[in-house]
Design a protein around this ligand. Structure first.
Ligand code: ZN
Length: 397
């Protein structure tokens, strides 16, 4: 007797090049079989997947999942299992001083698997998070960061830091240098915010085209630049519209790019980057709750919006699914447990559909792109347990 069978969905698992209509059965927390039940075998629960796509559980590499703590923190489950996502990576809500609270109140109490990239700053993005005093090099204690990562190695998978106009205007690359020092000592990657972040009034602004090349002096293969399609100055695209040569070189050496969608995503920049033959490695949402309403459930966008927008730009569906399943699983070092549909893998699955219609997707920079397809979550299965009906009905940004 198996616990659960999902029947007749199109099973799409790019990691093992699977794309076929079949049944998937689950026993306990693991995938039992790819294919129909054997004769005489029965299932305790059956889900009809006809007309839907079943993929490995989506991994959202960039959320803000510390409710009530930041200006824009969500509950991980609202952007996790209730939104078609089985694993979320919180990017820098907590620093070493505040991580124990994050662990107690968010990680332990969520049905979603919650991981963290620890903020290099002492407190993380506490409410009032853009207060520059909280983000300068004087708040960084490399030893304490390394110790905290060593204490929670199963949860903390990297270090969140920034390389952007405001921070560089104030402190040069001092914070990034310390983040990299901590990352090397802890043997984890850095995840680096590019584009606008910290206010820089009263400081002379650096040349936006100097930011990313300057940051690359510190970074190594395996580190991740996020907001690779940012419409704000100081990203991977020069003011001339060309991707920095140093970025191209770093990518061929193993530097990774994440979309980090949300407030930063620009259709124009995305098109420019894609036209120059550069694809992101990861798609993440950078989902925030409504600003100043940390308890609100009403996030108006998420990972599915990000994927729909990128589908509208012509990135093939199976590539997009790889960017939220196989690729993040590899980066987390969990590709033998997560990120593909195969017997023995964890039963973390996302059931979704592609809705046809006439949609107009907007970015934060006033650009609209018409689209005829949109991805919509139906069901999330996390270690064998199904979660129906997303609480969050996503709207186009
Ligand atoms: Zn973010």
């Amino acid at each position: 007797m198996v616990d659960l069978v999902i029947k007749g969905a199109r099973v799409l698992s790019p990691a093992n090049e699977m794309d076929m209509v079949t049944d998937i059965s689950i026993v306990g927390t693991r995938i039992h079989r790819v294919g129909p039940l054997e004769q005489g075998e029965t299932a305790k629960e059956e889900i009809d997947g006809k007309g839907y796509i079943l993929s490995p559980g989506f991994i959202d590499f960039h959320v803000h999942g510390f409710a009530y703590f930041t200006d824009y923190g969500t509950y991980p489950d609202d952007v996790g299992v209730r939104s078609g996502v089985t694993t979320v990576v919180d990017q820098g809500s907590a620093g070493y001083l505040t991580f124990p609270a994050f662990h107690e109140f968010m990680v332990k109490s969520s049905a979603t698997r919650v991981l963290s990239y620890l903020n290099i700053g002492a407190v993380g993005t506490i409410k009032g998070s853009m207060l520059p005093a909280l983000h300068g090099p004087e708040t960084v204690d490399v030893g304490a960061v390394v110790e905290t990562i060593a204490k929670y190695p199963h949860i903390i998978k990297g270090i969140k830091t920034h390389a952007e106009m405001g921070g560089v205007a104030r402190w040069g690359f001092d914070v990034l240098a310390k983040a990299k020092e901590a990352a090397k000592r802890a043997n984890v990657p850095c995840y680096v915010h590019t584009g606008r972040l910290i206010p820089c009034e009263g400081f002379s602004l650096p040349d936006p085209d100097s930011i990313v090349p300057g940051a690359l002096e510190y970074l190594e293969p395996g580190d991740i630049l996020t907001h690779c399609f940012t419409g704000h100055p100081g990203g991977i695209v020069k003011t001339t519209g060309e991707v920095h040569k140093t970025v191209r070189r770093a990518i061929s050496d193993g530097l990774l790019l994440d979309v980090g969608y949300g407030e930063h995503f620009s259709f124009d920049i995305a098109q420019k980057v894609l036209d120059q033959g550069i694809m992101p490695d990861l798609v993440s949402s950078d989902v925030h709750a409504l600003f100043n309403q940390p308890h609100s459930l009403q996030a108006t966008y998420g990972l599915f919006s990000a994927l729909s927008h990128l589908l509208a730009l012509g990135i093939p569906l199976s590539d997009l699914i790889a960017m939220v399943t196989d690729h993040p699983a590899r980066i987390l070092g969990w590709d033998e447990e997560l990120g593909r549909i195969e017997a023995g893998y964890q039963a973390d699955l996302t059931l979704f559909r592609i809705e046809s219609g006439s949609f107009l997707f907007r970015d934060r920079f006033g650009v609209s792109v018409p689209a005829s397809l949109r991805l919509e979550p139906k069901l999330t299965i996390r270690q064998g347990v199904p979660y129906w009906a997303p609480v969050i009905k996503e709207a186009e940004v």
